[in-house]
Design a protein around this ligand. Structure first.
Ligand code: GLA
Length: 729
């Protein structure tokens, strides 16, 4: 396993338990070609697959048709301007204004372990866990060195890729695009799965056939976005939830991204992924290096569930750094939907008083505690406690909350500035804007220019002062608008195209500072709900608020899409009050609990005002959380039924790694009249083990539960749910 190089064949073979990836260097010029990615193979001599000697696609013997070769060869990293007319990953403009680039192999190195990506979040692994290949390529005409970095995680069927670009010439060059990954697929008989949405409807799953032509997704909003998601899977047409080949691609980045499948003239696929080129240009001066974010590629031949298991295991072990990733998180109650901006110390303490009696462990004070912030029109940037609202100050409030046996958490939106704020009156030039053009408002706020260190330093200091003024156990780091009017006062004209990426690097730098200085604080990412739920943020935050839509039924699709890639332990989910604030729907309190239990779990309601009936259910839910959170955080997640496809039912399951127990969540979304009970087939159990279902007498084999199934009794109403605990006997 690991990486080997066959010198005679000039073939690199990257192996993990179930997958093989093969690269070939061809021709005297040293083109780097993609040979194979898929199920594990023994052979190293598959170079014939690139068919580089097929006439007229023969670069050496048929120089006359060089363009035919370049436009057909399966490149490991595509470039622009010399004959490959498919999607380029790299486009370089020289100082004379021309742009062309062709990469040729120069040398390589193979070593144990994985390097860090400077300034960027990235997965990590020890020397025992992964091996890295660096293919050093050059374009001698423009003196550009491009290093293609591959790290194979041998036990997990994960391959990560990123690119380092260094200018070795005497003059600056401009990167007009620098994507992270190019992947060629033989044939076109594939489907593509992607995640789409909007505010309150994040990450709905979409599946479609790959056709000739291009299908792209992306974000140019400065964040990974509600609308589209930096994830794509390319799957064989017949692939189902449990069977078939799946290739997943997830970009570890929180800003503008681009991903595209292209059905080419020869009915093959070129897939590319990386930073969106639209708002991107990077000046690379002599000796400078640019590093792209990494793509986490996963191969599974066990269908979509197989891919999901790999991503979950990988992110839990090799991406999230927080000490909380493997721990049960405190059950929190957040006051946003409870009070919005209308709260004070007394109100918060009332909530804390009742919540603590019910077993809730932490109070989170959301937006509205600082400056003159009584609505969302002002004060972002003024990170000073509003003592009119918080009489006695923050320290007093936290002390009183702590006295009730609860921890305390707080909300910040560090990247923003309100035009109506003292910060803006002092530093109007700190907002991202184009000089002379009135910048567009969104939620009545602007975005701070985080490409500037002075801006980051000042905001960090303000946050730090608050953090040090009281024992704060949790922070919700929010971000509530997209970037527009991309201009920075500190960048030269030929570097303005760097702002979007520099902004993201600035956010990462601040998150790094914060997590290093406050490692004991539980940090939750957020962006108008789930607009920045991505692997880049997970590197710093072990959990991310999944959506502002807390309705249990809306959450089914949102959480299904999110959990297809991200571990349940990362999915911010709360029980809120009904009628739901986003959709006006009323669902049973139990159902809201089941849906939230499959995430981080917490409450987002005014516990002093809900019905006694609902209130009495809280200690039961708290108990369920303590009983099952370990299993939910660490187990394998399976999708059983999808409301998206079935219309009426939704069901999922979590199985412990040793298959000794499982939890089954079942939601009867709509009640059908005059209908038989639904037979549910479980997954992931051990065929030969015998299991009992809590509360039932029958003992059944894993085989019976998986292949024959169990009927789920009809429930009297819409939106009702059931939780089954299956235990090995
Ligand atoms: C965003 C978040 C919410 C809440 C508000 C506060 O919308 O997603 O949970 O914190 O901001 O303004």
């Amino acid at each position: 396993m690991g990486i080997c190089y066959n010198k005679e064949e000039r073939i690199f073979k990257l192996d993990s338990i179930n997958s093989t990836y093969i690269i070939e260097i061809i021709d005297t010029e040293g083109f780097v070609g993609h040979v194979y990615y898929g199920k594990r193979l023994r052979d190293t001599n598959l170079g014939y697959l690139t068919r580089s000697q097929e006439y007229p696609f023969t670069p050496e013997k048929n120089n006359r048709e060089r363009v035919s070769f370049l436009d057909n060869f399966p490149f490991e990293y595509s470039t622009h301007g010399v004959g490959d007319f498919r999607e380029p990953c790299l486009k370089v403009k020289s100082e004379d204004g021309t742009s062309a680039c062709q990469l040729c192999y120069k040398e390589h190195s193979i070593y144990k372990g994985k390097p860090e990506l400077k300034g960027l979040p990235a997965s990590f692994g020890s020397e025992e866990e992964c091996t890295t290949l660096e293919l050093i390529c050059i374009d001698p005409y423009i003196n550009l060195e491009v290093v293609l970095c591959y790290t194979i995680f041998e036990k997990l069927d994960v391959l990560t890729r990123s690119i380092r670009i260094r200018n070795k010439g005497a003059k600056p060059v401009y990167l007009e695009r620098a994507l992270s990954l190019c992947m060629e697929f033989e044939g076109i008989n594939f489907d593509v799965i992607s995640l789409h949405g909007s505010w309150a409807r994040e990450r709905h799953i979409q599946r479609r056939h790959v056709e000739l032509g291009k299908y792209a997704i992306g974000s140019t909003r400065g964040e990974s976005s509600h609308q589209e998601h930096p994830f794509m899977a390319i799957v064989s047409r017949e692939t189902s939830q449990d069977k078939g080949n799946v290739y997943g691609f997830n970009l570890v980045y929180s800003g503008d991204f681009f991903a595209q499948v292209e059905g080419t003239q020869f009915e093959n696929i070129r897939f590319v992924m990386g930073i969106h080129p639209e708002n991107f240009q990077w000046k690379l001066s002599t000796g400078e290096e640019f590093v792209t974010p990494e793509v986490v590629s996963v191969f599974s031949d066990n269908g979509i569930d197989g891919m999901t298991h790999i991503y979950h295991d990988f992110y839990r072990k090799h991406l999230i750094r927080s000490k909380y990733k493997d721990k049960e998180r405190p059950i929190l109650i957040n006051n946003w939907e409870a009070t919005y901006f209308n709260f004070n110390t007394e109100k918060l303490l009332h909530i804390a008083e009742d919540a603590s009696k019910l077993g809730i462990e932490m109070l989170v004070m959301d937006d509205g505690w600082f400056g003159k912030r009584n609505d969302d029109n002002c004060a972002l940037g003024d990170w000073f406690v509003n003592e009119e609202k918080l009489k006695g100050g923050l320290k007093y409030l936290v002390q009183e909350v702590n006295k009730k046996g609860m921890k305390f958490g707080i909300w910040f939106e560090p990247e923003m500035i309100s035009p109506d704020s003292d910060l803006y009156r002092e530093h109007p030039d700190w907002a991202i804007q184009i000089n002379g053009r009135k910048p567009a408002l969104s939620r009545n706020q602007y975005v701070l220019d985080y490409s500037r260190k002075d801006v980051r330093d000042e905001i960090y200091q303000r946050i730090k002062d608050i953090m040090e003024s009281a024992p704060i156990a949790y922070v919700k780091w929010d971000m509530n608008r997209a970037l527009t009017d991309l201009g920075s006062n500190m960048l030269q004209a030929d570097q303005q195209g760097e702002l979007s990426h520099r902004y993201v690097l600035g956010v990462y730098e601040l998150l790094e500072r914060f997590t290093s200085e406050f490692p004991d604080v539980l940090l939750e990412g957020c962006s108008g709900g789930g607009a920045r739920f991505d692997p880049g943020i997970l590197y710093y935050c072990p959990q991310i608020w999944c959506s502002d839509d807390t309705d249990a039924i809306e959450r089914l699709q949102i959480q299904e899409g999110t959990a297809m890639v991200y571990p349940l332990s990362t999915i911010g989910a709360h029980v809120s009050d009904c009628p739901n604030h986003a959709v006006g729907r009323s669902t049973p309190f139990e159902t809201r609990g089941y849906v939230a239990l499959t995430g981080t779990f917490g409450y987002e309601l005014d516990v002093t005002r809900i019905s006694d009936e609902d209130k009495q259910l809280i200690p039961k839910q708290v108990e369920l959380y303590h009983t099952y959170n370990n299993l939910i955080r660490n187990g394998d997640y399976y999708r059983l039924l999808s409301y998206r496809e079935e219309g009426q039912y939704d069901a999922w399951q979590v199985v412990s790694k040793d298959k000794s127990e499982a939890l089954v969540f079942y939601i009867q979304v709509l009640k059908r009249p005059n209908y038989r009970s639904k037979v549910l087939k479980l997954k992931g159990l051990e065929e030969k083990f015998m299991y009992s279902i809590q509360g039932q007498e029958r003992i059944l084999s894993g085989g019976a539960l998986m292949y024959a199934g169990i009927p789920i009794e009809n429930m009297p109403h819409d939106f009702e749910g059931k939780l089954l605990h299956v235990v090995r006997v």
